[in-house]
Design a protein around this ligand. Structure first.
Ligand SMILES: Nc1nc2c(c(=O)[nH]1)N[C@H]1C(S)=C(S)[C@@H](COP(=O)(O)O)O[C@H]1N2
Ligand SMILES: [Mo]
Length: 334
């Protein structure tokens, strides 16, 4: 497929629920319901919620950690977890191709064992770590987060991972480290999207965070989802999850973590700087030049029930993260 515009995926127009219907749905959701409900899971492992999900072969260390995982107990009322089938068959992972089904089709051939992560830059514990060593000091936590793609679709995904802050503390960045830069694997022989003549992306895929964003307790390094190891199409074996930012910040299949002084040049921002910023905070008031960000399609939807909802500032995590950006003009720092 030829990508005419350098955009993370093709954005198709979607039918917006008529205003009246839409407002009525919001009213219904609000009436008499607390914003969050606690799921009681007496005597059963929370992972049983995902027992219909076929587990893939996981490395031994993952299985050991899964037994002691801390399971999330809160889901937001009116925002059910996206079915596993949708979260694993509708993906953006350009290394495997530009279409939403390409990652599920091609990523299974990727070999994720052994996996090493290079840690370098302004850090006291640099080196080439096996994933197992990098994860060794940490327990797994489940986090149920909204994922809002810049293309105006969204999902709710239960991740399993480690707060990036915990990992960073172990690696001991020096005071010179002001940003963290991440790189995805480059292995064209197992990543057919990289060989496409039509790909405009300069590989590797690169993302970055300011140090305070990286240290924020919501920022997660995920190794699993839905109570199991990450499927390859979702960024196995190690991917970033930053729930208040557009999905393209959540870089997949990470092989390098660098602590740097300067703001790194990142993939989508460097390709189309007037369309994609370094911050990429979810913001319904700042439109993409070619489409509005005011609303989103929550997947799964259908032609007749497109499941459109208002996009929330910082993807609904403003209470936790807005203070990171006080004094920053979110319109120019998009
Ligand atoms: N390496 C890499 N990471 C990536 C992408 C990509 O193309 N390559 N796509 C991003 C985009 S645009 C989104 S929306 C999310 C999608 O994550 P998911 O497929 O697990 O839902 O991954 C992000 N991480
Ligand atoms: Mo995205």
């Amino acid at each position: 497929m030829l990508i005419k515009h350098p955009a993370p995926g093709d954005c198709r127009e979607f039918d917006v629920t008529p205003e009246a219907v839409y407002l009525d749905r919001r009213r219904l959701l609000k009436s008499g319901l607390a914003a969050a409900v606690t799921l009681a899971v007496p005597g059963v492992q929370a992972a049983d919620r995902y027992s219909k999900v076929t587990p893939a072969a996981a490395p031994g260390w993952f299985g050991d950690k899964l037994e002691d995982a801390q399971w999330e107990s809160e889901v937001v009322e009116g925002e059910p977890i996206t079915p596993f089938a949708d979260a694993t068959q509708y993906n953006n992972f350009y290394e495997f191709g530009p279409d939403k089904g390409d990652p599920a089709r091609h990523a299974p051939m990727l070999e994720t064992e052994p996996w090493t992560v290079m840690v370098d830059g302004a850090v006291k514990q640099p080196g080439r770590y096996s994933l197992e060593d990098l994860m060794r000091p940490h327990g797994l936590q489940e986090r149920i987060y909204r994922l809002r793609c810049v293309e105006a679709w969204s999902m709710v995904i239960p991740w399993l991972g480690v707060p990036l802050a915990d990992m960073i503390k172990r690696l001991e960045p020096t005071s010179a480290a002001r940003y963290v830069r991440f790189e995805t694997l480059v292995r064209p022989e197992q990543m057919p999207g990289m060989k496409s003549r039509f790909s405009l992306i300069a590989w590797p895929y690169v993302e970055g965070l300011r140090m305070d964003e990286a240290m924020h307790p919501l920022t997660l390094m995920a190794v699993g989802m839905y109570g199991r190891v990450l499927p390859n199409q979702n960024g196995a074996p190690l991917r970033l999850v930053v729930p208040w930012k557009y999905g393209f910040k959540s870089i997949k299949s990470i092989v390098r973590i660098s602590f740097v002084e300067e703001q790194p040049s990142t993939t989508w921002q460097s390709m189309a700087p007037e369309e994609y910023g370094f911050y990429a905070n979810v913001n319904p008031q700042v439109s993409h030049p070619r489409w509005s960000q005011a609303r989103e399609r929550r997947l799964p939807g259908s032609l007749f029930a497109p499941n459109v909802r208002d996009t929330q500032l910082f993807n609904g995590y403003g209470e936790q993260v807005a203070s990171l950006y006080s004094g920053l003009d979110l319109r120019t720092n998009y």
